[in-house]
Each structure stands twice: as structure tokens, then as C-alpha cells.
Design a protein around this ligand. Structure first.
Ligand code: 13P
Ligand code: SF4
Length: 307
């Protein structure tokens, strides 16, 4: 099938099945272009809850679809590729959290939304990179916080809030490649550019980066907002390269330079246009959260959403 035929078939199936396609900014550009809604993880969770659809095809990774299934249990949530994992979500297990909670009954577990439903079922409150600072600032000042699973985002939160937290030893293997040296090298090449950095990056709590007036730390939606609102013409983008598609589309007069072409999430690229079509056609692969944990796993998401 040609690309045009695939797009037409997808549109027909969306109408026939009252289905929508939600896509993350890291997904393939041609999938971003057919998505009914494009967003970062917080925006996509919100959309999953409010969309009036019977079927959601989630062109992202598994934990995002699982979150959508928790928020919208009456909708059929599909992932185009079963192998769409996440190095953060796959690196933390429920047992570790249960053990930590047992050892620290007075502790508050804050989980980044990049976690499995099982981990969420042991969590007190979730956050995404877009609301992490306000969620942690909103906890009682004397709360003993364990932040799971991203040590880079956790260190960034500590640097900005002045709060001490215990950090789980996890990271995103994609963003963890973004080092201070890499950023400095690109800044030397493009001295007029603003540098927009995702806080999952290895350099996100390095004072050398945080104190540099050209460097900004943002979630994906924050990166997009800054690029659109800034009068600057050149930006170094220190996050997953898929984000450049939307940046370029929204800002044709501006230049966006990836901090490195190597910052690619292979899991996000598994949802090809063809896989989205097949997911809609065959209503596969459905993501369901086991009933024994779904109620408990939804609680920290609901708490986050109500903030
Ligand atoms: P956002 O919260 O910015 O969407 O990031 C999600 C993610 O997986 C980053 O790697
Ligand atoms: Fe997970 Fe990193 Fe991929 Fe985001 S970029 S989905 S955190 S592996």
C-alpha cells in the first residue's frame, strides 16, 4: 500500500470504529501527522480521559497506553507494537517499591508516570516531567520522599526545590546520553542558540548547565512553548529527535539543531503508519490492566490530575 492509501484506510477505520489516534511527540513524523491529538505524556493522559471515542490507538510506549487504559477503562486502548517498552518503566518493579515502603512506613512514594501499573499500585502520587516540580513542592515540607524511577529527573527536582529525596537508581537510556560535555560542545558551535533540555538528561542537575543563561530545562510541551514564544532564531534541542518534527512544523522561520542525532528512542519508532493501520483494522494489541491492581494504580494518577 502507498502512504496515501494507508492514510486513507486509517481515516476510514477511525470513522467506522469511532477511534482516535493519540501520538507522543517522539513518534514517527508520518504518524504524528495523522494523529488526532499530539502531546507529551501529561497532555496525552488528559486527552485519554476526555476523548469521546470507543477506541484509542496509542502511538507511544506501553506505559502511556496503560495509563490511558487506567484512566478510561471503558475505552479499548491499543498499542500498534507489543514491544514498545521504556527503559525507565521497565527498570523498576513493584517488589522494590513494596520493600521500600515496608522499610519506610512513613515514606511518600512519588512515581514518574514512566512506570508500570504495578509500580503505580505502590505509589502515593504520580508526576510527569511537566508537573514534577509543582507536585513535589505541594507535598508536606517534612514528607520523606522516595522518587521513582528516574535519578536524573529526581536530581533536577532536588536542585530546583531544595528538597532532599531518596532516588531510585533508574534512568532513561536515551536521555542519559545527553551529557554536559555534549551540550557544551554544541553551544560552542552555535553560541547564539538557546538550549532546550529535557530533565531526564544526564546533565539536568549540573550547575554548569543550570547556571548558563542560554540553557533551559523543560518537559516536551515546555520545549515547544519556549521555541514558539522566544524571539530567538536558533535552538539546540536536547531531547528525543522526534520532537524536531513538530518544532519545525510550528516554527518554519526558526532553526532547530539536535544536540545529537543519537538521541533516538527506538521504542517510540515501533508504531509505524502500517502498524497503526493494522492495530485499527484488527483491534490489536489491547492493553488491559489486571483488575486486582487497577483501582490502586489509578489512585496516584487521579491525585496527580486533581492538582
Ligand atoms: P514527556 O513527559 O516530556 O512527554 O516525556 C516522556 C518521556 O518518555 C520522555 O522520555
Ligand atoms: Fe522511555 Fe526514554 Fe523512550 Fe521516553 S525516551 S519512552 S523515557 S526510553
Amino acid at each position: 500500500m502507498t502512504r496515501e492509501e494507508l492514510v486513507q484506510k486509517i481515516e476510514e477505520l477511525k470513522k467506522e470504529k469511532n477511534a482516535i489516534v493519540l501520538a507522543h511527540y517522539y513518534s514517527n513524523p508520518d504518524v504524528q501527522d495523522i494523529a488526532d491529538f499530539l502531546g507529551d505524556s501529561l497532555e496525552l493522559s488528559r486527552k485519554a480521559g476526555t476523548a469521546e471515542a470507543d477506541v484509542i490507538v496509542f502511538a507511544g510506549v506501553h506505559f502511556m497506553a496503560e495509563t490511558a487504559a487506567l484512566i478510561s477503562p471503558k475505552k479499548k486502548v491499543l498499542v500498534p507494537a507489543l514491544g514498545a517498552g521504556c527503559t525507565l518503566a521497565d527498570g523498576a518493579c513493584g517488589k522494590d517499591l513494596a520493600d521500600w515502603k515496608a522499610a519506610n512506613p512513613d515514606g511518600t512514594i512519588v512515581s514518574y508516570v514512566n512506570t508500570t501499573a504495578e509500580v503505580k499500585s505502590h505509589t502515593d502520587i504520580c508526576c510527569t516531567s511537566a508537573n514534577a516540580l509543582s507536585i513535589v513542592k505541594g507535598l508536606p515540607a517534612d514528607a520523606k520522599v522516595l522518587f521513582v524511577p528516574d535519578k536524573n529527573l529526581g536530581a533536577y527536582i532536588m536542585s530546583q526545590t531544595g528538597r532532599k529525596m531518596e532516588l531510585y537508581d533508574g534512568c532513561c537510556k536515551v536521555h542519559d546520553q545527553v551529557t554536559t560535555e555534549m551540550v557544551k560542545e554544541m553551544m560552542a558551535k552555535y553560541p547564539d542558540a538557546d538550549v532546550l533540555i529535557h530533565p531526564e538528561s544526564a546533565c539536568s542537575s549540573d550547575p554548569e548547565i543550570l547556571e548558563n543563561p542560554n540553557c533551559y530545562m523543560y518537559s516536551t510541551s515546555g520545549i515547544l512553548r519556549h521555541a514558539t514564544e522566544s524571539p530567538k532564531k536558533q535552538f539546540i534541542i536536547a531531547t528525543e529527535v522526534g520532537t524536531l518534527h513538530k518544532l519545525q512544523k510550528d516554527n518554519p522561520g526558526k532553526e532547530f539543531i539536535p544536540v545529537s542525532e543519537k538521541i533516538v528512542c527506538k521504542y517510540m519508532k515501533l508504531a509505524t503508519l502500517e502498524a497503526v493501520y493494522e492495530a485499527l483494522r484488527d483491534e490489536k494489541f489491547e492493553v488491559k490492566v489486571p483488575a486486582e491492581i487497577s483501582g490502586r494504580a489509578l489512585e496516584p494518577i487521579t491525585r496527580m490530575m486533581s492538582k
